[in-house]
Design a protein around this ligand. Structure first.
Ligand SMILES: O=C(O)CCC(=O)C(=O)O
Length: 281
């Protein structure tokens, strides 16, 4: 586990129960994980980005015909760059996925009034591994405005991450809403059966999907093409690492034998496997 600048007993006491809950029921809700002023800043930034870039509703029922999805949020800089490495969630994710974890994607999912419930699915149903498998991808939903059953809180089938199959498309299953106050983070194993709820209120439901994967899993978004290298150079090192500007086990992700950080920043990289082997001879 990395040293956390927030390493105080209150924060640390949330980590082990959250890791255990993800393993046992497939999800965990961590309240008071995001300062409320940051929630407000993120909503204001999403409103601005949506307006300036003319982001509209999704084009498919899966994306949501009354849902605004904004992909690749790191492209828009601050305050979104504060999300992926924030504690205590980053440490929880590291304990579930391993310390080499990566950011798989960072996107906004804003449910407008009238959005109907999304089909239940499992985020790892495209992965051709026999289920259940160890958790390889973990979503950390940043709850920016309160999640209620009425405004479309994500719905879960508790324990379904242990099911050998994903849900059947269009079938009805018993679900529970992940009701949570603003400032909470909802973590769930990508194998868990889940879906966005229906927004039956007159307010929007604001959330950011901060999705991590194990260090050897392919990321859902491609940060090497979707983020300009000059922008990534300005990111804090831990965020560069999460984007994939690091080697996995000293080898995977190299650029002609070099650490991608060296290529990105010109700074010397960490030794790779070959250098360690050379040093041992
Ligand atoms: O918006 C939600 O609550 C869930 C969205 C979701 O699961 C997805 O799009 O994969």
């Amino acid at each position: 586990m990395r040293a956390s600048s927030d390493a105080n007993p209150v924060v640390d006491s949330r980590i082990a129960p959250a890791v255990a809950a993800v393993a046992e029921q497939g999800f965990a809700i961590v309240p008071d994980a995001i300062p409320l002023p940051l929630c407000r800043d993120l909503i204001a930034a999403l409103e601005r980005v949506e307006r300036e870039h003319a982001h509209g509703f999704g084009q498919t029922s899966f994306e949501g015909n009354r849902t605004v999805r904004i992909y690749n949020l790191l492209r828009y800089g601050v305050p979104f760059t504060a999300v992926p490495a924030a504690e205590p969630v980053r440490t929880i994710a590291e304990q579930v996925l391993g310390e080499d974890l990566l950011l798989s994607s960072l996107s906004a999912i804003t449910l407008a009034p009238g959005q109907v419930a999304q089909a239940l699915h499992s985020d790892s149903q495209l992965i051709s591994l026999r289920r259940p498998h160890p958790c390889l991808m973990l979503n950390a939903f940043w709850v920016l405005s309160e999640f209620t059953e009425a405004n479309g809180a994500t719905r879960f089938v508790p324990g379904s991450h242990k099911n050998p199959k994903p849900p059947k498309f269009g079938e009805t299953y018993e679900t529970v809403p992940a009701a949570a106050p603003a400032g909470s983070i909802i973590l769930f194993d990508s194998q868990l059966w889940h879906g966005g709820g229906a927004n039956c209120t007159s307010e929007r439901r604001w959330a950011i999907s901060n999705y991590y994967c194990a260090g050897w899993v392919r990321q859902q978004e491609n940060p090497f093409l979707s983020l300009a290298p000059e922008a990534v150079r300005g990111f804090p090192p831990e965020l560069q690492d999460l984007c994939g500007y690091k080697l996995y086990r000293g080898l995977y992700g190299h650029v002609e034998g070099q650490d991608p950080r060296t290529v990105l920043t010109g700074e010397p990289g960490r030794p790779n496997v070959w250098q360690e082997t050379d040093a041992a001879q």
